[in-house]
Design a protein around this ligand. Structure first.
Ligand code: FES
Ligand code: FES
Length: 154
């Protein structure tokens, strides 16, 4: 398969990697860069487990060709922690018991990060809309919604 170079900004670090032209952003993050915080679920854009931010917008990385990120900014869950400590949003998820198996959590965190940057005081409706593409099979959605609301009130 034809290889090409991808140059992009990953969690603020300039990153260069040689990849097959057809690789998805999810493939590159997990398989070429070892960033396994971003989860591989359905791979058809349905579950949101693979959500990352591309230039600040939440996207399903399984449906984005990696080359679309050429020269762009990508943020993953690994970029949220602050000096090795949980971010305030992550702490809110812990406090509200918004995590069970954790498979959906990176995607939930990235979708809610995008929301809270755009809207400092989201309504419950705003929160529900922001995570509507993220499926959770464990906690139910209320603890997750509460955690995001709590973070907006900190
Ligand atoms: S793995 Fe990308 S949306 Fe499910
Ligand atoms: S905590 Fe298990 S899928 Fe959400």
């Amino acid at each position: 398969m034809k290889q090409c170079n991808l140059n992009f900004w990953l969690n603020g670090e300039q990153t260069k990697v040689s990849i097959p032209m057809t690789a998805t952003l999810l493939d590159v993050l997990r398989d070429y860069l070892g960033m396994t915080g971003t989860k591989r679920g359905c791979e058809i854009g349905e579950c949101g487990a693979c959500t990352v931010l591309l230039n600040g917008q939440a996207v399903n990385s399984c449906t984005v060709l990696a080359l679309q990120a050429q020269g762009q900014k990508v943020e993953t869950v690994e970029g949220l922690s602050e000096g090795g400590e949980l971010s305030s949003l992550q702490q809110s998820f812990v406090e509200e018991h918004a995590v069970q198996c954790g498979f959906c959590t990176p995607g939930m965190l990235m979708s809610s990060t995008a929301l809270l940057r755009d809207n400092k005081n989201p309504s419950e409706e705003d929160i529900r809309r922001a995570i509507s593409g993220n499926l959770c099979r464990c906690t139910g959605y209320m603890p997750i919604i509460k955690a995001i609301k709590k973070e907006s009130e900190r």
